[in-house]
Design a protein around this ligand. Structure first.
Ligand code: GSH
Length: 214
């Protein structure tokens, strides 16, 4: 298995967490998204993933982009450590939580969105950071309410699910943009519970080979 990613990419971070939870080994291929380097736009990488984004994942002949598709593939193919509960309703609830982050928060704070806000719409760095905080706060407010009904140790009961796999990278990003978190005690508690697990620690951005030395 190969994972093309970037230490700070939250979509790649999701896949790293799932691979670690499932105990799957992979080769990490760093694609440097840093503005000015932008390896994701290089001809070499576009030949791998025409969308020019990470993550991109291969497993033998299987080659897929889009973290939700990769996560579902891993779930269906390597089911020893499931990240979705058994029943259809419970699975839908977990996917609902994951989608709230994956569809309604993350895309709005992606690098190319922020670059366009700055480059084409006159936003300075403070305005772009404010934009990120707005969408994170709005999404987390709904997430915090939803998990009141579902959480145990983790977002859905006492077993780690895809909801946690999406939440932890998003919280990492929220902190990066200094989003106030006082209104989200359950989210913060669950993030800490997840980060106490080896798999989450192993997948953390600062543990990645392409992370700058502290
Ligand atoms: N929906 C995609 C989003 C992928 C994505 O936006 N990745 C970001 C990093 S988190 C990226 O590669 N950005 C590069 C760019 O915007 O140029 C997924 O979940 O895999």
């Amino acid at each position: 298995m190969k994972l093309y990613g970037y230490f700070r990419s939250s979509a790649a971070y999701r896949v790293r967490i799932a691979l670690a939870l499932k105990g799957l080994e992979y080769e990490n291929i760093a694609v440097n998204l840093k503005p000015g380097i932008s390896e994701q736009k290089s001809g070499e990488y576009l030949a791998v993933n025409p969308q020019g984004r990470v993550p991109f994942f291969t497993d033998g002949d299987v080659a897929i982009s889009q973290s939700p598709a990769i996560l579902e593939y891993l779930e269906e193919t390597y089911s020893d450590v499931p990240l979705l509960p058994k029943g259809a309703v419970d699975r839908a609830v977990v996917r609902q939580l994951a989608s709230l982050i994956g569809c309604d928060i993350h895309p709005l704070q992606n690098l190319s969105v922020l670059q366009r806000l700055k480059g084409e719409f006159g936003a300075d760095t403070d305005a772009a950071s404010d934009w990120v905080r707005h969408w994170v706060t709005e999404g987390f407010s709904a997430f915090e309410t939803l998990i009141t009904d579902t959480a145990g140790t983790y977002c859905f009961g006492d077993t780690v699910t895809l909801a946690d796999v999406y939440l932890v990278p998003q919280l990492y990003n929220a902190r990066r943009y200094e989003t106030p978190l006082e209104a989200f005690p359950e989210i913060v508690r669950i993030d800490a519970a997840c980060n106490a697990l080896d798999a989450f620690r192993f997948a953390a951005p600062e543990q990645q080979p392409d992370a700058p030395a502290l």
